[in-house]
Design a protein around this ligand. Structure first.
Ligand code: PEP
Ligand code: MN
Length: 356
C-alpha cells in the first residue's frame, strides 16, 4: 500500500495554510477575498467553482466562468489557486486554465469510478498538486484507495485533507472529527502530508479555533479554512466562514508545537506505560479464561451465550466507576463493548467445538 510521494515546495514551510471562500461567487468577491488573504500572508487560495450540494435548489457554484476569476487572482496576487474537481471535465478545464492545486471532495472520494475518471485525466501532469478529502463515511480504505488511484496516474505531489465524517446523530460538529482515522492514515502513510479542514468539520465559525489547535497538536501539516470577505452574505456555507481579519487573529493565537525528540524523562514514563500495558494484557487474559469457563458451563447446561441483562449491568457499573475515576464514559463503554465482543466470540467457539 505504498504511495510514491514527492515533496512540493508547498510543504516546505509548515503549517501550510490554504484559505479562501467556500465558493467563488462573483469576480469582486473572489478578488476582494484574495487580496485580503494575501495581505495576511496566505499563499494558496481556495474557492469552489462546481459545488457538490445536497439539494438541487441550492447554489451550485458559478461553474466554468470562475476559472477566469481564479486566473486573475493568480496574476494579481501571485497566490497559487485551488479548486475542487469531481469529474473528468472539471479536471481538464482546471489543467487547461492554470489551476495549481486540485482537491477531491468528500462526496467524490466515496465514488471510485469518479476518482478513477479524475486520475485518468491527470495522467502526465505531475506539476499539479492534488489533495484528497476523506470520504463522507469513516472508511479509511476508501480514502487510501482514492489516494492510490491518483498516485497510480503518476501524480506524486499529493496530500490528504481530514474534514470529519457524516453522522446521523446530534453532534456539536457538522462532521464528526474521528481523529483516530486520520492518525491511522498517518501511521500507514507517514510521508503523506495531512491537512485539517476545521470549517467543514465544525460547521460553525465559533469552533474553528479549537479544532485548528487540536489538529496542530496532533501533528497535522496544516489547515484548509474557508474565509469570505463577507460571510453573512455568502451563497454557501455562510455560518462556517470567517473574514480574513478573523482568520488572521486566529492564526496569531494558534500555538505551533514541535514534534519533539525522545529523551530520558519521556523514556522513563513510556516504560511505565509499557508496564501498565503488560498488566492489562495479563488481566485481560485472566478475564478471558474465566469467560471460557463460563462458556463450558453454558454449553453443559444448554444455555445461550449472550445474556443481555448481565452485559447491561456490567456496562452501566463500569461506565459509572470509570467516570468516578475521571475517565470518559463513552471511552469505557467502547472498552467494555470490545471486551464483551471478544468474550462472546470465545464462548461461541467453545460451544461449537465438539472436542471440548
Ligand atoms: C469544500 O471544501 O468546499 C467542500 C465541499 O468540502 P467537503 O467535500 O469536505 O464537503
Ligand atoms: Mn464549503
Amino acid at each position: 500500500m505504498n504511495i510514491c510521494f514527492q515533496s512540493s515546495s508547498l510543504f516546505s514551510n509548515l503549517p501550510l495554510i490554504i484559505a479562501g471562500p467556500c465558493s467563488a461567487e462573483s469576480l469582486d468577491q473572489t478578488l476582494d477575498t484574495a487580496r485580503s488573504l494575501k495581505e495576511i500572508g496566505i499563499n494558496v487560495y481556495r474557492a469552489g467553482l462546481w459545488k457538490p450540494r445536497t439539494f438541487p435548489g441550492a447554489f451550485q457554484g458559478v461553474g466554468d466562468k470562475g476559472l477566469a476569476w481564479l486566473k486573475q487572482v493568480k496574476e494579481e496576487t501571485g497566490m497559487m489557486v485551488a479548486t475542487e474537481v469531481a469529474t473528468r471535465e472539471h479536471t481538464e478545464l482546471c489543467l487547461a486554465n492554470g489551476i495549481d492545486v486540485l482537491w477531491i471532495g468528500a462526496r467524490t472520494t466515496t465514488n471510485p469510478f469518479a476518482v478513477q475518471e479524475i486520475a485518468d485525466s491527470l495522467k502526465g501532469r505531475d506539476d499539479v498538486i492534488v489533495f484528497v478529502k476523506n470520504p463522507v463515511s469513516p472508511d479509511i480504505n476508501l480514502w487510501i484507495g482514492a489516494l492510490q488511484r491518483i498516485n497510480n496516474a503518476g501524480i506524486t505531489k499529493i496530500g490528504a485533507i481530514h474534514r470529519g465524517f457524516s453522522s446521523s446523530g446530534n453532534h456539536i460538529y457538522r462532521n464528526v472529527p474521528e481523529w483516530h482515522i486520520a492518525i491511522e492514515l498517518h501511521r500507514r502513510l507517514p510521508e503523506l502530508p495531512i491537512l485539517c479542514d476545521p470549517s467543514h468539520m465544525g460547521g460553525h465559525s465559533d469552533v474553528i479555533p479549537t479544532l485548528s489547535q487540536q489538529a496542530l497538536d496532533m501533528g497535522f501539516d496544516g489547515l484548509f479554512i474557508e474565509s469570505h470577505c463577507n460571510p453573512s452574505a455568502a451563497l454557501s456555507d455562510s455560518e462556517q466562514q470567517v473574514t480574513p481579519l478573523q482568520l488572521q487573529e486566529m492564526l496569531k493565537s494558534l500555538v505551533v508545537r514541535q514534534k519533539g525528540q525522545p529523551n530520558d524523562v519521556l523514556n522513563a514514563l513510556r516504560s511505565q506505560i509499557d508496564d501498565c500495558d503488560n498488566q492489562l494484557l495479563e488481566i485481560l487474559n485472566k478475564r478471558m479464561s474465566v469467560s471460557r469457563e463460563i462458556g463450558c458451563y453454558k454449553k453443559g447446561h444448554d444455555m445461550q451465550v449472550v445474556q443481555t441483562n448481565r452485559f447491561d449491568e456490567i456496562l452501566q457499573n463500569r461506565v459509572k466507576q470509570a467516570q468516578e475515576m475521571g475517565m470518559n464514559g463513552d471511552f469505557m463503554k467502547t472498552v467494555m463493548s470490545a471486551i464483551h465482543q471478544e468474550s462472546v466470540r470465545q464462548q461461541i467457539e467453545i460451544i461449537n467445538n465438539n472436542d471440548l
